[in-house]
Write a protein that binds this ligand. Structure first.
Ligand code: NAD
Length: 345
């Protein structure tokens, strides 16, 4: 089996490369190495950027530094592959409104190129969408509890209307990706899926305030820095550990049931920011300090995936609960603290 992983040096992509590498597959990481958040979060950017590259290279992954916006190069490297997992993206909402052109070209043009590549070479593909496509109108359906927002029913499925509320460029580009996946399934019978992913966390996640909040909170706690919360901290997500997402990619490869899927931890992993900070503090044995900032534009205050469709059609279910996943992540952070030197703004 030969797998092409776009964005292979990113957080999720590196887990996908590792997952298929361990299965004995030939893996190609295709990444332009421009993770833009590194500059913003004040990580030791060069070290952090290179970390996943050398981690994958050392385990025998073929490393390609190239851009998904370059169709010819993509086609060339995908030739002979059996599966494409497209994780390359501009994934941060803040960057999307600061640089809408970057968001548009990376997420829309890049994904279009990947879909065209898959169509031309007849390769099954999964695209990474996000639960943000549902939009923040969901905020109007919430009650405010002591430590979290609540909603009835708790889980939200794929039939919930998309793009309600106030939209950012990221909403637009991810929804376009989602729709185009369906276009290619319907029109060209491409074996394809779009995963609407919830908050993912795990090792090798250089989490910023823009994207990767679970890791950002844990890194800050390990480094005795205050955690910064935008809004009340009662925002809820059904966080999912990276390897559970890799299992979902593989479940699609096995079943080939094309379509759009919510991929999250479901009710069992639902946690608010305040609850997550508390749990990180307990696991790490350090009392977290918290600083509050005003709500962020277009923030989605609640999302718990109803994962019934993925369970039924992909025969997949997440396994890792927050206690276990956070413990693994915190151990990794402690071992690699030298590359995680967050500067204060
Ligand atoms: N991490 C999460 O919590 C989360 C939640 C929902 C959805 N997602 C989606 O999952 C996917 C992976 O997210 P992630 O957290 O691993 O992001 P990431 O930023 O860690 O990884 C993305 C990778 O893509 C690369 N890249 C960016 N532009 C590129 C281009 N033009 N050509 C080639 N490579 C390019 C970057 O260098 C980076 O290594 C994204 O589509 C993201 O929107 C992630």
């Amino acid at each position: 089996m030969r797998v092409l992983v776009t964005g292979g040096c990113g957080f999720l992509g590196s887990h996908v490369c590792e997952f298929y590498g361990k299965k004995g597959a030939e893996v190609i990481s295709y990444d332009n190495m421009t993770k833009h958040e590194f500059q913003r979060i004040g990580l030791a950017a060069k070290k952090a950027r290179d970390f996943n590259w050398y981690f994958l290279k050392d385990m025998g992954v073929k490393m390609v530094k190239a851009d998904v916006r370059n169709y010819e190069e993509l086609l060339d490297h995908a030739n002979g592959c059996n599966y494409i997992i497209h994780t390359a993206a501009q994934p941060a909402m803040t960057i999307s409104w600061e640089n809408p052109r970057l968001d548009f070209t990376t997420n829309i043009v890049g994904t279009f190129n990947v879909l065209e590549t898959a169509r031309k070479l007849k390769i099954p593909i999964v695209n990474c969408s996000t639960i943000h496509v549902y939009g923040n109108k969901i905020n109007e359906e919430l009650r405010e509890g002591k430590t979290r927002y609540t909603r009835k029913p708790q889980g939200i499925d794929e039939n919930y209307p998309i793009l309600g509320g106030t939209l950012s460029p990221l909403h637009g580009s991810k929804a376009a990706l989602d729709i185009y996946t369906k276009v290619y399934i319907d029109t060209y019978r491409l074996q394809a899926a779009s995963f609407r992913l919830t908050g993912i966390y795990g090792t090798r996640q250089f989490g910023g305030e823009d994207h990767g909040w679970v890791a950002n909170f844990a890194i800050r706690n390990v480094m005795n820095r205050p955690v910064i919360i935008f809004g009340t901290g009662k925002q809820v997500r059904d966080i999912i550990y990276a390897t559970d997402v890799c299992e979902a990619f593989h479940a699609f490869y096995k079943t080939r049931n094309s379509g759009v899927y919510n991929i999250g931890g479901g009710l069992k992993t639902a946690i608010s920011l305040l609850e997550c900070i508390d749990l990180i503090g307990k696991i790490n044995g350090k009392n977290p300090t918290v600083k509050f900032s005003p709500n962020r534009y277009a923030d989605l205050r609640y999302f718990i995936c109803d994962i019934s469709k993925a369970k039924k059609e992909l025969n997949w279910a997440p396994k890792i609960l927050p206690d276990e996943g956070l413990s693994t992540m915190i151990s990794w952070i402690k071992e690699n603290i030298n590359i995680l030197a967050i500067k204060e703004r």
